[in-house]
Design a protein around this ligand. Structure first.
Ligand code: COA
Length: 273
């Protein structure tokens, strides 16, 4: 009975990663220099998935952009009086959104690679406030996540750079990386974990909610670190930043961490449910 109550209290993020049911262990460890290329590849691929996500899926989340494109269409019609031109506009808009999303995201990647992702050991190992971990499965690096303590928001640590190799998704790697970061937040006595995402696909949002995060708001805009946008980029690239937060001191988390700290990297197959 007591066990049943405890299991109900355990948030979804402490369920055992699925892969362990198949007797495979996901090991989450700190970054080593030999991981560099693979880590950069996983980060790059994860970010490039955002291009289509932002360009196409994002469209239905931004009625203001749809309004702008409609106004542009009407203006074009007034100027050209040509149905032929009007018929081409949806294709031009979609191409423009794809092209400019790709351009902005490339610039963001270049910025990240000239900063932390270009010198991972130098950036993440230089202080105890930050760390980058890799998930290893079947001997391969298959996922990454980073923690960066926030200078301007005391007690907060930010989850960044979460990405999992496409071939190893839905095996619990994202959860294992998230758990590692929560463990770091608890042991370093942070009061909360924060993160921001511009993803529209449900995967990241479900993962974060499953880990215990709450969406505390969102901001619409064009802002992306390392990118100053020109007019066309502002017309065709618009994102919604979702802000998530998790209070580390949550009694449930501390309790659950105690419960799993010894078997988090074990190969037991019992599933907490
Ligand atoms: C988001 C991401 C990290 C998830 O990694 P993952 O290893 O596949 O995640 P897990 O297997 O641990 O899944 C955990 C939960 O996330 C949710 N989830 C993961 N992938 C999902 C998908 N394709 N569709 C819907 N929900 C999904 C589910 O709730 C899942 O739990 P369940 O399998 O019990 O239903 C991965 O899809 C990714 O790298 N995406 C590209 C980069 C990205 O979006 N990064 C985060 C945004 S900044």
């Amino acid at each position: 009975m007591e066990e049943k109550i405890q299991q109900q209290d355990v948030p979804h993020y402490f369920k055992r990663p699925k892969t362990q049911n198949r007797l495979q262990t996901i090991v989450v460890r700190e970054f080593q220099q030999a991981d560099n290329l693979k880590v950069q590849q996983i980060f790059y691929d994860g970010m490039m998935e955002m291009v289509a996500d932002t360009a196409f899926r994002g469209l239905k989340h931004h009625p203001e952009s749809l309004l702008l494109y409609t106004a542009m269409t009407v203006l074009c019609f007034v100027i050209t009086m040509s149905w032929w031109v009007i018929g081409l506009i949806p294709a031009i808009v979609l191409y423009g959104r794809y092209f400019y999303s790709r351009r902005v995201i490339h610039r963001f990647l270049a910025h990240a690679l000239s900063r932390d992702m270009g010198d991972i050991a130098g950036f993440y190992n230089k202080s105890p406030e930050s760390c980058l971990w890799v998930a290893v499965l079947e001997g391969k690096v298959v996922g990454i996540v980073a923690a960066v303590g926030q200078q301007n928001s005391r007690g907060a640590v930010e989850l960044q750079r979460l990405s999992v190799d496409r071939s190893y998704r839905r095996h619990g790697v994202g959860v294992a990386l998230g758990q590692k970061l929560l463990e770091f937040a608890v042991t370093h006595r942070y009061s909360c974990v924060v993160l921001g995402t511009t993803a529209y696909k449900p995967a990241a949002h479900r993962l974060y909610r499953g880990l215990g995060f709450r969406c505390v708001g969102f901001t619409n805009g064009h802002g992306t670190p390392g990118a100053r946008l020109d007019l066309l980029e502002r017309i065709f690239y618009r994102v919604r930043h979702h802000h998530y937060k998790l209070n580390v001191q949550d009694v449930q988390i501390a309790r659950a961490l105690k419960m799993v700290s010894t078997d988090i990297v074990g190969v037991q197959t019992t599933e907490l449910n």
